[in-house]
Design a protein around this ligand. Structure first.
Ligand SMILES: Cc1cc2nc3c(=O)[nH]c(=O)nc-3n(C[C@H](O)[C@H](O)[C@H](O)COP(=O)(O)OP(=O)(O)OC[C@H]3O[C@@H](n4cnc5c(N)ncnc54)[C@H](O)[C@@H]3O)c2cc1C
Length: 572
């Protein structure tokens, strides 16, 4: 229905968090511009001097631009607690430090209570009225009764309004009230079907500790293998404290206990007594609500569930939806017609949902394969590095990130091989057969190396393999699956080289990128060790570049320890 906005209309906003405050600010500014008088009443149950909305308080780009250019508010510098320069992402047993390459805006952390108070005060200064009371019920009337007015019942009485704005976050009572009062309408409201549970805790830390052990970095963890219920967790630095949050569909406070006891996490925290900590529980929506508007009502912020399902940027969504709902009222009134245009104006948020859900699915269901592999690839591929940074920081929509990975030549090769690997993972994989390597395998090995390094080195491999086959054929092995060579290892037995007594040398090992993570390397190494043992060898030696942490970890996982020799070089 079309319902024009009358002069002196009363708009009741339930909730004075970021979405409700942004709505009120924008509506009052726009009304002044067109010379219309509107009475905006904000119901807020909390006193932001004492109570606060649980949040980490990370403001991600382009929020600062939106606040300044669209909402016309400038955050006072005293609200900035710390600027964030990068993220250390842990996932799939790998980690990478991700820095913004200067293309995005600023990420800062704030104290959420100060941020909420500032926005609410701005709305009040523009003329909104505050009723510090919790709403307990809403009543809608048909157009023929009471002019279709809306009645809002709060703990301090009732108020008549022309339209009600649902900005109450995920407050269960109000979600049920809204579902109940709209259930007989053609398009009843239904709360977001999926939500993530989250726990949050806080550590006070002095500036020296913060600088030394945390810095201006957010430490993000995707599916830590030790705590399977955690989908993601983060350690975020603020002005004089550190916030830890964990999230997952079924996380419990026990998962927080376990997370805080991880060695890697403890390194970023001051020493603490677990019984002194307070945990707070909260929720994020991870799927859209149904019908978040109708005649004389519209929802904004978390109530819509129009949040990214991964790295939610909930405050950005709250402020954007608040502003767009206000624009719809000014341009088209307070009926369903006008609010369907509001939904259209938020299309980019809704459109990104499916892409975000896909990325979340990959990260959760194939964490080791997907995240670990992406982290590995990001070390050599700047497109993948940027894609990871943007996914973790939320700097670009998921749709754009996925497109950037599919378009460019270099990235698409990596992704296609990854997708092939995923698909292969679903098929029943043939048996891995280890056999002696032969000269006719050289072509396959050149291809495996080309996939890893990006360049063919045919002459090098022909010479090298021939040499190893001539010296110790039993230490040259190939791994085959369904007749295809998918990995190889070259070794030999040498005595008194660098004064090391006779031992087995593992010179080079390679596994086709599409078959990595399936235990092929392990099988090759076991077969090589068994050959060395049969030849009476007691020690196996290999050389690794000290900076290749992944490779060192890999050899450690195969039982290698650091040897006694170091490599010395003099530049001539
Ligand atoms: C643990 C946690 C950490 C988060 N960290 C971040 C982050 O770092 N960055 C980010 O962008 N997003 C973050 N989010 C998401 C973000 O907090 C929300 O998406 C955002 O606050 C939504 O704003 P909102 O205005 O819709 O709802 P809210 O912020 O929830 O505000 C709703 C307001 O309504 C009031 N209210 C509720 N019921 C009633 C009632 N019956 N009567 C009157 N008033 C009522 C509440 O008191 C509250 O002030 C986090 C969320 C959680 C749970």
């Amino acid at each position: 229905m079309k319902i024009p906005l009358r002069d002196n209309a009363v708009i009741a906003v339930i909730g004075g968090g970021p979405s409700g405050a942004a709505f009120a600010i924008r509506l009052l500014r726009k009304a002044t511009e067109i010379g219309k008088k509107i009475d905006v009443i904000i119901f807020e149950g909390k006193d932001f001097k004492i109570h606060y909305n649980q949040c980490v308080g990370v403001l991600s780009p382009p929020l600062m631009d939106i606040l300044e250019k669209e909402l016309l508010v400038e955050l006072p510098p005293s609200l900035y607690k710390r600027s964030i320069h990068g993220y250390r992402l842990h996932g799939g047993n790998k980690e990478v430090l991700l820095f913004d390459r200067g293309t995005s805006g600023m990420t800062i952390t704030v104290r959420r209570v100060e941020f909420d108070r500032f926005l609410l005060d701005t709305a009040l200064n523009l003329g909104a009225r505050l009723i510090r009371s919790r709403v307990i019920n809403i009543e809608f009337f048909q157009p023929e009764e009471k002019n279709g007015e809306v009645r809002i019942y709060s703990e301090s009485g009732y108020t008549k309004a022309d339209c009600v704005v649902g900005a109450f976050g995920l407050d269960s009572t109000l979600l049920s009230v809204l579902e109940n009062v709209t259930k007989k309408s053609k398009k009843p409201y239904k709360r977001p079907k999926k939500m993530l549970k989250t726990f949050i805790t806080k550590f006070h830390a002095d500036p020296v500790f913060l600088r030394k052990y945390v810095g201006n970095i957010i430490y993000a963890y995707l599916k830590p293998p030790e705590i399977p219920r955690i989908e993601f967790a983060a350690i975020s630095p603020k002005g004089d404290h550190i916030i830890i949050n964990i999230a997952g569909e079924k996380v419990t406070s026990l998962d927080m206990d376990m997370f805080l006891s991880l060695k890697d996490v403890k390194e970023h925290l001051p020493s603490f007594n677990p019984s002194d900590l307070s945990y707070f529980e909260g929720r994020f929506p991870t799927s859209p609500s149904k019908n978040p508007y109708g005649d004389r009502y519209v929802c904004v912020g978390d109530v819509t569930g129009w949040m990214r399902p991964f790295k939610g940027k909930g405050i950005n969504v709250a402020i954007t939806t608040g502003m767009r709902a206000a624009d719809a009222i000014i341009e088209g009134g307070i009926g369903n017609d006008s609010f369907s245009k509001y939904e259209e104006s938020c299309k980019e948020l809704l459109d990104d949902y499916i892409y975000g859900a896909f990325v979340r699915f990959l990260c959760i269901k194939a964490s080791r394969l997907f995240v670990g592999r992406m982290i590995q690839m990001s070390l050599i591929n700047p497109i993948i590095y940027d894609a990871l940074f943007d996914s973790v920081s939320g700097h670009r929509p998921y749709k754009e990130i996925i497109k950037s990975l599919i378009k460019p030549e270099l990235a698409s090769k990596e992704i296609i091989s990854f997708i092939k690997k995923l698909l292969r993972g679903k098929r029943k994989m043939g048996e891995i057969k280890i056999r002696n390597l032969a000269r006719h395998d050289i072509e396959a090995i050149v291809k495996i190396d080309e996939k890893i390094t990006g360049r063919p080195h045919e002459a090098y491999w022909t010479g090298k393999i021939s040499k190893y086959l001539a010296s110790e054929p039993g230490a040259c092995l190939a791994a085959e699956i369904e007749g295809k060579v998918v990995g190889f290892v070259l070794g030999d037995i040498r005595g008194w080289e660098y004064a090391v007594p006779t031992c087995g040398w593992l010179d080079v090992i390679g596994v086709d990128v599409e078959y990595q993570g399936m235990g092929i390397g392990k099988k090759l190494i076991e077969a090589l060790f068994s050959f060395f043992k049969k030849s009476g060898i007691e020690n196996v030696v290999t050389m690794v570049n000290w900076n290749e942490a992944d490779l060192i970890d890999y050899f450690r996982s195969q039982g290698f320890e650091r040897g006694e020799y170091i490599n010395m070089i003099k530049k001539l």
